[in-house]
Design a protein around this ligand. Structure first.
Ligand code: NAP
Length: 254
């Protein structure tokens, strides 16, 4: 009996994975590329965006192996392009939207002594406004889906509680702290419509972004991070979406 129930449950999860559609931004490298790989492998239909698809060699190779992956061009600071993409997929339910695209920005330009206003605003535009605008544009697609989940990709650097000895990264920190409050607010606004707005974080992951930050230690692999985040995404409901959740399931303090 136990074996039969187990088999039925795994069949159900395979069936729902096969039926799900996932939209992920910033997928030509790093964490975004790994998200595409893992969702494609579990049978989901994946819409993977990249700023310059023609240069996205690994993503193109992945899509060639998985016909369920479609690549679309998108810069998340281009509002017209976001709206055009939403229009292109009008009527198509999207179960999970992962706003992964993000930039650390130029570090010297967000260091005291080198502050640069346009760089600061660019980082906020890409990391905060881009994610919010994506959520707005794709709301009808989310509302029409089965899972109805949209995520902001946060960071420990956006946590006030986690600023210890070293500050810095002013623009990046501001953009992720802003993302947190914006997605908290969106979660409240869309709760009654059954849309689950969540905040996730990947841990410190071995990607170009981590290296550009000057971090000297070793991060976790994109595989470990994304495996953990997909578990968090699968487990997120309207009852437990009021905190930012790290890839390992731990709450990131505000
Ligand atoms: N790695 C970490 O330890 C870490 C920790 C906390 C949070 N995060 C967050 O995780 C997400 C992924 O980071 P990652 O480590 O994978 O960084 P990454 O290797 O630098 O990749 C960033 C991705 O975002 C894309 N992107 C940047 N600006 C964009 C824009 N304006 N429009 C569309 N796409 C854009 C990049 O595309 P291009 O190749 O065209 O630039 C690339 O695909 C980011 O939101 C980041 O803030 C990462």
């Amino acid at each position: 009996m136990k074996i039969l129930v187990g088999a039925l449950l795994s069949l159900l999860s395979i069936t729902s994975a096969l039926a799900e559609t996932v939209l992920i931004t910033g997928t030509n490298r790093g964490i975004g590329l790994e998200f595409v790989k893992q969702y494609a492998e579990r049978g989901a239909t994946v819409i993977a965006t990249a700023r310059r698809p023609a240069d996205a060699k690994e993503l193109i190779a992945l899509a060639a192996r998985h016909p369920n992956v479609t690549i679309e061009a998108l810069d998340v600071t281009d509002v017209t392009a976001i709206e055009a993409l939403a229009k292109k997929y009008q009527g198509k339910p999207i179960d999970i939207l992962i706003n992964n695209a993000g930039t650390l920005g130029d570090v010297p330009k967000q260091t005291i002594g080198g502050l640069d206003q346009s760089e600061f605003l660019y980082v906020i535009n890409a990391n905060t406004y881009g994610a919010l605008k994506m959520a707005e544009a794709f709301k009808p697609h989310l509302a029409a889906s089965t899972q109805k989940k949209v995520f902001g990709m946060s960071s420990g650097l956006g946590s006030s509680a986690m600023v210890t000895r070293r500050g810095g990264f002013y623009a990046y920190r501001a953009s992720k702290a802003a993302l947190n409050i914006v997605f908290r607010s969106l979660a409240a606004d869309w709760r009654e419509q059954g849309i689950i707005v969540g905040i996730i974080a990947p841990g410190m992951v071995e990607t170009d972004l981590l290296r550009a930050s000057g971090f000297q230690g070793r991060g976790i692999t994109p595989t470990e991070s994304v495996t953990g985040m997909i578990k968090v995404i699968d487990g997120m409901t309207l009852a437990n979406n009021s905190a930012a959740i790290n890839y390992d399931g731990k709450v990131i303090p505000w």
